[in-house]
Design a protein around this ligand. Structure first.
Ligand SMILES: C[S@@+](CC[C@H](N)C(=O)[O-])C[C@H]1O[C@@H](n2cnc3c(N)ncnc32)[C@H](O)[C@@H]1O
Length: 188
């Protein structure tokens, strides 16, 4: 039986793109980059993924670790990690990075994506959702990094594009902006 751990710990439901990706991707070793307090990690663990959940924020990681202990969850490990270092040291069948790339150092984004590519197993998947800044929809928030039109798609040349769009979305405060959403599969 799947228990709604997100509600139990006051977390939002998993990101809708993570939920959608799990309809395509079989359970495997997966990495949640910028996991915050674990809303996606908890969901994925209940679907039998082996989750590594990493974030730069120690209190977010502590909260997730407390949930892991409290619920005796065996298939999530979580630790503090600065994505700007682009220094992953394991391979994964699925790497997910939802609404997080826009917070990192813009000069490190290419290295971070290259590291994600290198650490994805052949046939494995990357999911990225990130804010954009375009002429049609200037980004209303002062994120350090935003994608330009087509930029994220171009970073995945040679991968099978399962999903790609640059749809307009709404932030918590109601402001409108475009998000680049990509689910892509690495060639075998
Ligand atoms: C808006 S939250 C998104 C959390 C989660 N991915 C989700 O979908 O709910 C962004 C997260 O990125 C983390 N973050 C920001 N900069 C980071 C960095 N350099 N390395 C790792 N995590 C970072 C923040 O601590 C925060 O938890």
């Amino acid at each position: 039986m799947i228990v709604d751990l997100n509600s139990r710990y006051g977390l939002n439901p998993a990101h809708s793109e993570v939920v959608a990706a799990c309809k395509v991707i079989e359970p495997c070793n997966m990495l949640d980059m910028g996991c915050s307090s674990g809303r996606n990690a908890l969901y994925l663990s209940q679907l039998r993924f082996n989750v590594t959940a990493i974030d730069i924020n120690p209190s977010a990681v502590d909260m997730l670790k407390n949930i892991i202990l409290e619920e005796k969850i065996a298939n999530i490990k979580s630790y503090i990690y600065d994505m700007n270092t682009a220094s992953l040291d394991e391979d994964y069948g699925f790497i997910s990075c939802t609404v997080t790339l826009m917070f990192i150092d813009p000069t490190r984004v290419n290295s971070v994506i290259a590291d994600m590519h290198a650490r994805t197993s052949p046939g494995g998947y990357n999911l990225i959702v990130c804010a954009m800044n375009t002429d049609e929809h200037p980004c209303p928030a002062p994120f350090p990094f935003t994608f330009k039109a087509g930029q994220l798609r171009d970073a995945y040349k040679g991968w099978k594009m399962i999903k790609y769009n640059e749809d307009v979305g709404t932030m918590h405060n109601g402001a409108k902006l475009q998000f680049a959403t990509l689910l892509a599969q690495k060639p075998n």
